[in-house]
Design a protein around this ligand. Structure first.
Ligand code: NI
Length: 168
């Protein structure tokens, strides 16, 4: 459909709570189609609807840029059922161009959601997929990956974040 502009850090919409999708209708399918085009163009690993300014509980994870066997997965009204373990990994976000930081999050996630046909599905994943799901889920709650970095890392980033916010 269309590549949409990605909202960057500093835009207050990124701190807002996304609303549940009441019905997986054509408008939701069109939204997802735009999100897919946008994440592919940006070569990202995932994108939440809020990142194109739409406060709906929808995100996609697309690990095909780093794993050719990976399929793009759409999560609508996702719920994190359970998490286990803890792991530190470097993270980035399309709303923070050029910024990568180590964050500690659960290692394994069990997630439940609706697919693009409105059918429920569940999966338990680890590794990069778990990390991407947790990161994207946070966007629906108005949380950002910089909320997880150490105070020292935050201090070191201050200037770059200020610049980014000023440009948004
Ligand atoms: Ni992100």
């Amino acid at each position: 459909m269309a590549v949409r502009p990605i909202v960057t850090y500093g835009d207050p919409v990124l701190r807002q709570l996304s609303e549940p999708v009441s019905e997986v209708n054509q408008a939701v399918k069109d939204l997802v189609s735009d999100m897919v085009d946008t994440v592919k163009k940006a070569q990202g690993l995932g994108l939440a609807a809020v990142q194109i300014g739409v406060l709906k509980r929808v995100f996609i994870v697309d690990l095909s840029a780093v794993d050719i066997t990976a399929n793009l997965t759409v999560f609508i009204n996702p719920e994190i059922v359970e998490t286990r373990g803890q792991v530190e990994l470097e993270e980035g976000c399309l709303s923070f161009p050029g910024i990568y930081q180590k964050c500690t999050r659960p290692a394994i996630v069990h997630v439940r959601a609706l697919d693009l046909n409105g059918r429920p599905f569940e999966m338990t994943v680890d590794g990069l997929a778990a990390r991407a799901i947790l990161h994207e889920y946070d966007h629906l709650e108005g949380k950002l990956f910089i909320d997880y970095i150490s105070p020292i890392a935050r201090t070191l980033l201050k200037g770059r974040l200020k610049k980014l916010a000023a440009a948004s």
